[in-house]
Design a protein around this ligand. Structure first.
Ligand SMILES: [Zn+2]
Length: 527
């Protein structure tokens, strides 16, 4: 397999500037240098692996030394110099792997031969790959040559880690930073290769390979090579998923739905499926991060930020989340990835992560809670006990609350667990069951607050729905005309005719919000 590996990446290695994928800016600069015959003594090609650093260095060397370079500035690929370089036999273009020839002796050898005249071409060119691997002594020896380079010697360096190259070396080079290659360009290149090889490959399969290669054309080609060996018939997207250990898209859309319905059991179902089909759990978590990254991206930047073949899929997925929810989940997953590495129970770690993910549907961001608390505090401070906060402000805050908290589906349901005092902060015993559609399940048992003692008799009589932050219906008609919510001012603290006064309502809302805040902050403070 290893040999076959090289074949594809080598077979389709660009022999002309025209065939290079991406890197337009670098190509233009190199061609200009050729056209105006302004060749620097040393060039440094930086960039992540497989983006074409040595390919460009080789092409440039070839074009420089070509004996019959055309007006298009492309190497002819036919003259003696070009052919020798193509076959790696050239005495004028010397390639050195900095990783394995990193000592001072290796550089001394270069220094000894650098003064000799080139055999065919115009220049003697040294291409040093992974130049950052050279030892300090080797760098210093190299620097001597770079300070006074012979007229016809050129140095092309390539590195993935330019920060490890001595600044004194860098300052003597013309530097190019190569970008990662656009997945669309990689897909097109793979499609060309498939056409050339007369292989039938589904477009979606090529997209998958390109996105998996993370901007590296070489990685994409190697992967494609492996997959072509996988089967001699047509290549489907499912074949690629299988080969890459990727999880089917359906799992992710099912997770989106589970989130929408707060269907906690899906966490276990999903992990069971992954486990049974032998999927790598940390690898799945990576794919999950990618899924939520795409959702965040479509939420914040827009669907157009995604590669076109993903647009349809994420138009649907993104509709299930708010930006805040997607960001929260992304953070959750990034933390989970670190936890997973250290965890002796990867399966349970993943299950718990998915449970947190699904139930975060009902999470209220702390800043929303804080604003709501402030509004209620203001209301309780005023002597006439009316809520003097602009109506739009309240509406804005309420808009950020999970829908289920504002409007419980079954108002007549039994009082939520909030009001059942338990001695210690709970471990959320009901978290593993599918909760009712309210967030009350996640509120820990009440702790003693001065507020509670002050108003507890009234709270006993409080009806369940009032724990949800909801504008009393009677004030609603006023919303559109007036700038403020004004509740009927109570004359006394004690309930009359078994009615709850607005002040008690505020106090009860206030207490509920405080508990939400406590839940939110507990996690933060623990970290
Ligand atoms: Zn030539």
């Amino acid at each position: 397999m290893g040999k076959k590996y090289q074949v594809l990446a080598r077979k389709y290695r660009p022999q002309r500037f025209l065939d290079v994928v991406g890197q337009e800016a670098v190509l233009t600069t190199l061609k200009n240098a050729l056209q105006f015959d302004q060749i620097a003594h040393a060039y440094l090609f930086c960039g992540s692996r497989g983006v074409g650093k040595t390919t460009l260095a080789r092409l440039f060397a070839k074009a420089l030394n070509c004996l019959q370079r055309g007006a298009d500035l492309e190497p002819c690929n036919a003259c003696a110099s070009c052919q020798e370089i193509s076959s790696g036999q050239s005495l004028d273009v010397i390639e050195i792997d900095g990783a394995s020839n990193r000592g001072i002796d290796d550089i001394r050898q270069i220094n000894e031969t650098v003064g000799y005249a080139p055999s065919h071409g115009q220049y003697k060119i040294y291409i040093i790959d992974e130049v950052h691997m050279l030892t300090k002594e080797a760098f210093n020896a190299l620097l001597k040559t770079l300070e006074e380079p012979p007229q016809r010697a050129k140095f092309f360096f390539a590195t993935t880690e330019p920060h490890k190259v001595l600044p004194t070396i860098i300052s003597r080079c013309q530097r190019f930073d190569l970008s990662r290659i656009d997945p669309e360009l990689i897909t097109n290149k793979l499609a060309d290769i498939a056409g050339d090889l007369e292989r039938d490959v589904e477009m979606e399969a090529l997209h998958l390979i390109a996105s998996f290669a993370d901007g590296s054309l070489r990685d994409a080609e190697s992967l494609f090579d492996q997959i072509l060996c996988f089967s001699s018939s047509a290549i489907q997207a499912s074949t690629v998923r299988e080969a890459l250990g990727l999880v089917a898209e359906e799992y992710f859309s099912a997770l989106d739905l589970a989130f929408a319905d707060c269907h906690l059991a899906y966490a276990f179902e999903l992990v069971e499926k992954l486990f049974r089909t032998g999927k790598d759990l940390p690898h799945f978590l990576e794919q999950l991060v990618d899924h939520y990254r795409c959702i965040c991206l479509s939420k914040t930047v827009g669907l157009e930020a995604l590669s076109p073949h993903l647009t349809k899929r994420y138009e649907k997925s993104a509709s299930f989340y708010t930006s805040a929810q997607a960001l929260y989940i992304l953070d959750l997953l990034i933390t989970a990835e670190q936890t997973m590495q250290k965890s002796p129970f990867p399966r349970v770690t993943l299950e718990s992560t998915l449970l947190h993910l699904i139930r975060s549907k009902n999470r209220i961001p702390i800043e929303v809670i804080a604003r709501r608390l402030h509004a209620l505090e203001e209301a309780m401070k005023t002597s006439d006990h009316s809520l003097k906060v602009p109506a739009q402000e309240i509406e804005k805050i309420d808009a950020e609350m999970p829908h289920s908290i504002l409007e419980p589906k079954e108002p007549a349901a039994a009082p939520p667990s909030v009001f059942v005092p338990e001695p210690t902060p709970v471990q959320e015993p009901s978290a593993l069951e599918k909760p009712p559609s309210t967030a009350s399940v996640f509120i820990p048992a009440p702790t003693e607050t001065p507020l509670e003692t002050e108003t507890s008799p009234a709270l006993e009589h409080e009806e369940a729905p009032s724990v949800f932050i909801k504008t009393p219906p009677e004030s609603q008609p006023a919303v559109s005309e007036q700038k403020e919510y004004t509740f009927e001012a109570p004359s006394v603290f004690t309930p009359q005719n078994n009615q709850t006064t607005p002040l008690q309502k505020h106090a009860s809302h206030y207490e509920t919000m405080m508990r939400f805040a406590a839940v939110e902050l507990e996690g933060t403070l623990k970290m």
